[in-house]
Design a protein around this ligand. Structure first.
Ligand code: FES
Ligand code: FES
Length: 162
């Protein structure tokens, strides 16, 4: 077992994990943050996406020991029930959610994109989410949601990640 200390959704946390444990398992099983989904477990579907120091990464291919001292944001750390993040609100407003399994990863990928590129083209949005698979194939609505979020955030000046 190795000790790991990191920032999880803005709060310092510490745990002891086997060296081979991946971050998705640590997040879900030790911290009970089950918004992060484990789909393939092999880095192919994007459902386990979290933000690592603001960058979208796949937590199923990242060893927990590698996040020592770093900042991890899961979907639970984005918005609140009373005040959704603009990306979350846009997904709701355009009905971009079907089963919802891919949505946490999609939202976090979109937040990372909009932080880097507040005014992405449709092609850039599609490229950004190309590693996030939606089994319900709701891509058109998801793209529309990200476009709406980008437009609203440019209008209000709201930051991509808060
Ligand atoms: S569960 Fe991590 S990419 Fe599929
Ligand atoms: S909404 Fe079902 S997997 Fe995307």
């Amino acid at each position: 077992m190795i000790p790991v200390s990191f920032i999880l959704n803005g709060k310092p946390v510490r745990c002891e994990v086997p060296a081979e444990e991946t971050l998705v398992d640590t997040i879900r099983n030790r911290f009970r943050l089950t918004g992060t989904k484990k789909g393939c477990g092999t880095g192919d579907c994007g459902s386990c996406t979290v933000l690592l120091d603001g960058t979208a990464v796949r937590s199923c291919t990242l060893l927990t020991g590698m996040v020592e001292g770093r900042s991890v944001t899961t979907i639970e750390g984005v918005g609140t029930m009373d005040h959704l993040h603009p990306v979350q609100q846009a997904f709701v407003d355009v009905n971009a959610i079907q089963c919802g399994y891919c949505i946490p990863g999609m939202v976090l990928t979109a937040i990372a994109l909009l932080r880097e590129n507040p005014d992405p083209t449709e092609e850039e949005i599609r490229l950004a989410i190309s590693g996030n698979l939606c089994r319900c194939t709701g891509y058109q609505k998801i793209v529309e949601a990200i476009q709406l979020a980008a437009e609203r955030m440019r209008t209000t000046g709201e930051e991509a990640a808060r």
